[in-house]
Design a protein around this ligand. Structure first.
Ligand code: ADP
Ligand code: AMP
Length: 216
């Protein structure tokens, strides 16, 4: 099964993608995570992307399309994949269609996660992850069971993203509304678009998504 989670920054795409990955054995493909990996490793691509990402703008289509094209050829996506943060504009959506056609793959569901802007700002401001295993947390909405200790790997080191500050968040939301939100109409025409209420708590959003997947 191949899915897209479509929603603004902070909507909960990464949180839900990891839960679906665990439950269904599908592979999460987050272009944001891959780009942050390239920045951390100091690769040529990472060097090009860093300043753009820090400003909250979109990295060039060529870069993200080639990352995804390469990733879709790896054996670990054979059982299916969950695209998280890609595509982000019409050109990327069209490139994805061509790629899937070439590889004989199809999309089973595009799930739009709807969340109000103020809730997004609060979610992003409180977001942090385990520095060792990448498990995501939130200051208010998803705390580790034992304060300061990762539930998954026991690490006591956590990191916050450089672009998760209020100014950049508002710019990222504007870019989402202008460039990415029109993809709702794009996928609305394909018959595989489903909407879930992303304002619900994490477990309830998971249930809504499972419901959609059960019908797809
Ligand atoms: P995205 O991948 O869409 O940018 P994340 O999955 O990283 O968003 O979620 C942003 C932050 O909000 C994280 O700190 C996460 O723990 C928290 N979060 C995710 N889903 C919910 C939810 N349904 N209710 C409250 N907080 C949530
Ligand atoms: P995310 O982790 O999805 O919030 O993405 C973080 C940042 O990475 C974005 O603000 C962009 O700068 C960059 N990025 C991630 N995915 C894409 C994409 N599909 N197209 C362009 N830029 C992207």
């Amino acid at each position: 099964m191949n899915l897209i989670l479509l929603g603004p920054p902070g909507a909960g795409k990464g949180t839900q993608a990891k839960l679906i990955e665990e439950k269904r054995g599908l592979k999460q493909l987050s272009t944001g995570d891959m780009l942050r990996g390239a920045v951390a490793q100091g690769t040529e691509m990472g060097k090009k992307a860093k300043a753009v990402m820090d400003r909250g703008e979109l990295v060039s289509d060529d870069i993200v399309v080639s990352i995804i094209a390469e990733r879709l050829d790896k054996p670990d996506v054979k059982k299916g994949f969950i695209l998280d943060g890609f595509p982000r504009n019409q050109a990327q959506a069209e490139a994805l269609d061509r790629m899937l056609d070439d590889k004989g793959l199809k999309l089973d569901a595009v799930i739009e996660m709807k969340v109000d802007d103020e809730a997004l700002v609060e979610r992003i401001a409180g977001r942090y992850t385990c520095a060792k295993c990448g498990k995501g947390y939130h200051d208010r909405f998803e705390k580790p069971k034992k304060a300061g200790v990762c539930d998954v790997c026991g690490s006591t080191e956590f990191v916050r993203r450089a672009d998760d500050n209020e100014k950049t968040v508002r710019d990222r939301l504007q870019i989402y509304n202008k460039q990415t939100a029109p993809l709702v109409d794009y996928y609305g025409r394909t018959g595989v678009l489903h909407k879930v209420n992303g304002m619900a708590d994490i477990a309830q959003v998971t249930r809504q998504i499972e419901d959609v997947l059960g019908r797809s």
